[in-house]
Design a binder for this molecule. Structure first.
Ligand SMILES: Cc1cc2nc3c(=O)[nH]c(=O)nc-3n(C[C@H](O)[C@H](O)[C@H](O)COP(=O)(O)O)c2cc1C
Length: 388
């Protein structure tokens, strides 16, 4: 059964909800497994007031009994703590008596506000922004907590770190991935290079001072993937394409690179491709990983490496010009409570999308209704690979 899920919920509605189908039976799972990443998504230098209000916690209401998955659909709910203040504005029933919430009519450039209002026929942009908001990624991160748990059973782990904010880039990082992970986890901007970290924080401070916003780049790495996830036989089974889609589905992500990415376009082939080596101790292996763990849409046993580019946050405290949808007058775009820079948080969402794309490919290859069945399939495959 394929791992798939749906999310629902408005940014200031009562709660975010997700239903996941296709999780095998027999996986140890508690709410705490999901809450750690929810907390990591909320941190990061440059986040706005909203993140101080919300302390996201996932509640599991189906599909798990006594800490173990049943194989039935899992329902997750994350309450919006701010809901108390929005009960009237976001009421599901009749509009409240008295002064109804004023319609939002000044679309923000860089958001779904105007195109979304025109598409769905909404004269109040709140009907668009409540769902188009990146608050939705909270539900994805919770769902991915389940995916990470399952991948973790098979030794696959995922880390992320920020490589660029507002034009400030990290220097070369010649340290093991575990060190990159622990440095990033200890950093306010999730950056593994201390010198760049300081410059990034200063850049965020300057942008904040100026009422402006910043974007950047983060890198997500999956360790422990076996050879053979994804496929070259059909365009929509290629794992690189599926990862690009997964990453570009994150709010504000405008590009995804795999391995050496765009840099490979600038170099001759002799400086790009990873030569194949063999010895009896380690079998087939490579000295480099420019391919980012993917050749022909198939994992090759190397770490899977994806970088994503995030545009600057669209809501500016010093708003850009816009046009009021009702009066057609030139106005300043509406200002919702907003982040100055959310690249560190987006990296955690990137981990989630990596986990979701990988768990789908993993279950395609090693499908089973229970973790034990998957383990048998996986072990059989690893035993077979030893003959190579
Ligand atoms: C973790 C995260 C947090 C975000 N926070 C904000 C925010 O506070 N304010 C804002 O205007 N945009 C924020 N964004 C970006 C917008 O949601 C996004 O630019 C917008 O929905 C339009 O979608 P698009 O940029 O993909 O076209 C955030 C994105 C992510 C991934």
């Amino acid at each position: 059964m394929a791992f798939h899920f749906l999310t629902a919920g408005e940014s200031h509605g009562e709660a975010l909800t997700a239903v996941i189908d296709g999780v095998p039976a027999g996986l140890g799972l508690t709410e705490e497994h999901l809450n750690e990443d929810l907390a990591r998504r909320q941190r990061g230098y440059g986040r706005g007031g909203r993140m101080k209000i919300e302390q996201d916690r996932a509640h599991i209401s189906s599909g798990v009994r006594w800490g173990v998955t049943l194989g039935s659909p899992i329902t997750l709910t994350i309450q919006n703590q701010d809901w108390e203040n929005w009960k009237q504005t976001m009421a599901v029933g009749e509009p409240p008596a008295g002064a109804p919430a004023k319609a939002v009519t000044r679309p923000r450039p860089g958001h779904a506000d105007l195109a979304g209002a025109m598409k769905y026929g909404h004269r109040d942009i709140r009907n668009v922004l409540e769902r188009s908001s990146a608050r939705e990624t909270t539900a994805r991160v919770a769902v991915a907590g389940v995916a990470k748990r399952l991948l973790g059973e098979f030794g696959i782990t995922i880390l992320s770190h920020v490589t660029e904010i507002g034009g400030v880039r990290i220097g070369p990082l010649e340290v093991p991935w575990d060190e990159v992970r622990s440095r990033a986890e200890a950093s306010e901007v999730r950056c593994a290079d201390t010198k760049a970290e300081r410059a990034m924080i200063e850049a965020i401070d300057r942008a904040k001072e100026a009422g402006d916003t910043l974007g950047g780049v983060f890198e997500v790495v999956a360790l422990g993937c076996p050879v053979g996830l994804g496929s070259y036989v059909q365009w929509d089974r290629k794992l690189d394409g599926r990862l690009a889609r997964a990453f570009c589905s994150i709010h504000a992500i405008k590009g995804a690179e795999i391995g050496m990415g765009f840099e490979a376009a600038r170099r001759p082939g002799s400086q790009v491709h990873d030569e194949i080596l063999f010895d009896s101790a380690s079998g087939f292996h490579r000295r480099s990983n420019s391919a980012g763990g993917l050749e022909g849409g198939v994992t090759n046993g190397q770490p899977v490496v994806v970088r994503a580019a995030m545009k600057p946050i669209s809501t500016l405290r010093k708003p850009l010009r816009s046009v009021d949808m009702e009066t057609k007058e030139t106005v300043e775009a509406v200002v919702e409570r907003s982040d100055v820079c959310a690249v560190p948080a987006a990296g955690v969402v990137g981990e989630a999308m990596m986990a979701l794309a990988l768990v789908e490919a993993f279950l395609e290859k090693f499908a089973g209704d229970s973790v034990d069945e998957i383990r048998r399939n996986y072990q059989g495959y690893l035993d077979y690979l030893k003959s190579w």
